[in-house]
Design a protein. Structure first.
Length: 321
């Protein structure tokens, strides 16, 4: 018997690698994209919404609703760190695409997440590709959300490696560490795919050439916007190629066997020079004293990834489009 596709909502800040992940999801029969929710991160939230609508128009999938998310952090912080230097000022490789025709739905991202999770209890997975504000708001405003949601796959953390904002912190967690702490300690089924894993999934210059040679509609579109992302990686990491952060997290939801994970408690540093640092407690020792870790639920933290399989899937699905 054919399995029903897994319903997913992508919480996104598009973003070049977000665009790859969204197209990949639309090309994956294992999942049904039931909505996009938007958040600041790679760009401000207003532009994230515009880009999400634009990408769905490119895909011919304007049937998928877009719900706009928070413009501020969970503590109402307005000093946001926006990574437009990674993605271009428009978030999509400085292409000056025309504005989308569509509009976001009336519901906020958090309310849409709550509504869908309660409509399909145990059947909706959120793939969170930006800071976790919307998900934390959903958790805080609906006591049933944690049990209604099937899984929250988070692209975020740097597990035992340096961050990419500074040595302590990875960009999505750094974007709203207080929200991340709410999500990681909520008791929901959380799978964190950190940059210790996504930095293993490398898309080379030759891979981009292969995309360019194909007639795939998504491949052609992505080749236009990828230049900025490639130059940033070249400057920042001296690499000839880019890390596939968002596509890897997305595929961890689509095909869970591509990764392995360990389980433990994750807590956040929310202040000081290590703001955004995540600490993983592996539960190998029972501490005598009660600590901020003792009574907290475990989450899953990705440890390994089948990187060649991820690159193959990305290539296959984007070129056959
Ligand atoms: O060097 C960087 N600084 C800030 N954000 C980055 C950098 N590289 C990638 N991303 C963005 O942040 C997420 C992964 O941490 C990805 O969504 C990626 O688009």
């Amino acid at each position: 018997m054919l399995e029903e596709p897994k319903k997913i909502i992508i919480d996104t800040d598009p973003g070049i690698d977000d665009a790859m992940a969204i197209f990949l999801a639309l090309q994956s029969p294992e999942v049904e994209v039931i909505g996009l929710t938007t958040i600041y991160g790679n760009v401000y939230t207003t532009l994230a919404t515009r880009n999400a609508l634009h990408l769905l128009e490119i895909a011919g999938r304007t049937d998928i609703p877009v719900a706009e998310g928070s413009h501020v952090t969970i503590t109402k912080g307005t000093k946001l760190r926006i990574a437009d230097f990674v993605h271009g000022t428009d978030g999509l490789g400085n292409q000056n695409f025309p504005p989308p025709k569509g509009k976001p739905i009336e519901l906020s991202a958090a309310d849409f997440l709550i509504q869908q999770a309660s409509c399909y209890p145990g059947k909706v997975t959120v793939v969170a590709l930006g800071p976790l504000t919307n998900i934390a708001l959903a958790i805080q405003s609906d006591p049933h959300f944690v049990k209604n949601i099937q899984q929250i796959v988070v692209l975020g953390r740097a597990f035992a490696v340096n961050g990419n904002v500074n040595p302590a912190a990875e960009a999505n967690i750094f974007g709203d560490p207080d929200a991340a702490d709410v999500v990681f300690t909520s008791g929901a089924d959380v799978l964190a795919v950190g940059i210790n894993v996504t930095h293993q999934v490398f898309f080379t210059d030759a891979d981009r050439d292969k995309l360019a040679e194909s007639n795939g509609k998504y491949a052609q579109y992505l080749c236009k916007i990828l230049d900025v992302y490639y130059s940033y990686h070249h400057d920042a990491y001296s690499t000839k190629g880019v890390y596939l952060h968002d596509p890897t997290a997305l595929l961890a939801a689509v095909t869970p066997s591509l990764i392995t994970y360990t389980e433990g408690v994750v807590r956040l540093q929310t202040t000081g020079i290590t703001r955004g640092l995540t600490l993983f407690y592996n539960k190998q020792k029972r501490f005598g004293e009660v600590t901020e870790w003792s009574d907290k639920p475990s989450v899953k933290v990705a440890v390994t990834v089948d990187a060649p399989a991820v690159v193959n899937l990305v290539m296959e699905r984007l070129t056959n489009s």
